[in-house]
Ligand binder design. Sequence first.
Ligand code: FDA
Length: 452
Amino acid sequence: MTEITRDVVIVGAGAAGLTAAHELRKAGLSVAVLEARERVGGRLWTDVIDGAMLELGGQWVSPDQDALIDTVAELGLDTFSRYREGDSVYVGPDGTVSRFTGEMFPVSPETERTIDEITRRLDAMVAEIDPDRPFAHPKAAEWDTITWDAWLRQQTDDDEAVRNLAFATGSAMLTKPTHAFSLLQSLLMAASAGSYSHLVDADFILDKRVVGGLQQVPVLLAERLGDDVFLNRPVRTIEWSDAGVTAHADGLTVRARSAVLAVAPVLYNRISFVPPMPRLQHQMHQHISMGFVIKVHAVYETPFWREKGLSGTAFSPYEICHEAYDNTNHDDPRGTLVGFVSDRNADDMFRLSAEERKERILESLSHYYGPEAKDPVVYYESDWGTEEWTRGAYAASFDLGGLHRYGADVRTPLGPIQFACSDIAGAGYQHVDGAIRMGRLAARNILADGRV
Ligand code: FDA
């Protein structure tokens, strides 16, 4: 067992942990980053599968994500825009396939009016939410104790309008069934991106990608930290007191004056705290859970949909793949589609054999793009549910009622331990931008609290 001493120990080498370490190092402190996996990046992971470079986790950057945009620029990385020329596709309740342009799905004029009107109402509510303090809104308790689905169904009995409104924060973002989280949680998701309208605008929320993959952000940050990043070192126990922290990882112990716990909140309970965390944290952390989505990658010899005048952007709350996009890599002659299968659909898919699952998912893609979609040259499903050090996707959120009950305490430090993760962010919540913001905040708090 090796033992080292640093000013700050950081647990987790995702975007949040590496940002915190980098900021602290810039301020002249010594750091050690302990990472459970054999790689850095956490939920950012670019890999080559059967010859195709695929971004298995987070990839898109939107224009409001200043913290991520600054970091990408500072690291000297280039970005490129998602392909978006041509028509989008929508599949309606009876399976009818329609092409459309703009943000509004091709629904009946009545349904369109209803969606427009409720979107305006939601934008007004979201404008009142401070993403860092959603629990402080005067109606926080009321909005946190009604489900997103129930609230929408109180606004209209138009089922197609409800399903289309619901999925922007449901299947597409929190990736939980819409009966499993509150209206307030949904408003937070929208407020963290600036407005509800931003979330439904694919050209905004899925704007750019990084050439070579977004995992380069953590990879380059880790390179700057050099030997202070320790891989294959899952932290098992943290001893803490006002005097400091001792983190016990496999084969390595780090003594430090402060710590940053930069792992997903659902994993806090994988670590034994000595003394135990207080009762509030024990309770609170049990009300935070991961959503679940399968990110499906299908690579073709050519981006055949473009020849049909399709942008690749496709939506349907009635399809197994509720959304799909052109995800062709920069300067790649082959074409890649990415589709998403969320919450209960994902559960159902994993009850099938791998062959049956692939067939059903590609069948769903073919409803958007035609029969050619059934024959990719590379097919891969990112399944973060089986990843021991993540356990779901995209991120974690409170269950019904948890946000107003515990939200104010979610970032409260535990003695010398700061928390940092995209899943406890305000702006950039559940996104890499939020992870970077939380990493910076943890570093600022450590520099300000006088322990180091
Ligand atoms: P993250 O989970 O990345 O890092 C935590 C690290 O801690 C991991 O490396 C883990 O191994 C490690 N760890 C855990 N327990 C440990 C222990 N006990 N000891 C040591 N190490 C431990 N975002 C976005 O901005 N745009 C997008 O397009 C997408 N799309 C997307 C798709 C998919 C499929 C996923 C899964 C996620 C996204 N996201 C996204 C979300 C985004 O990837 C995510 O919000 C951030 O990468 C989270 O970064 P963090 O550093 O907060 O946690």
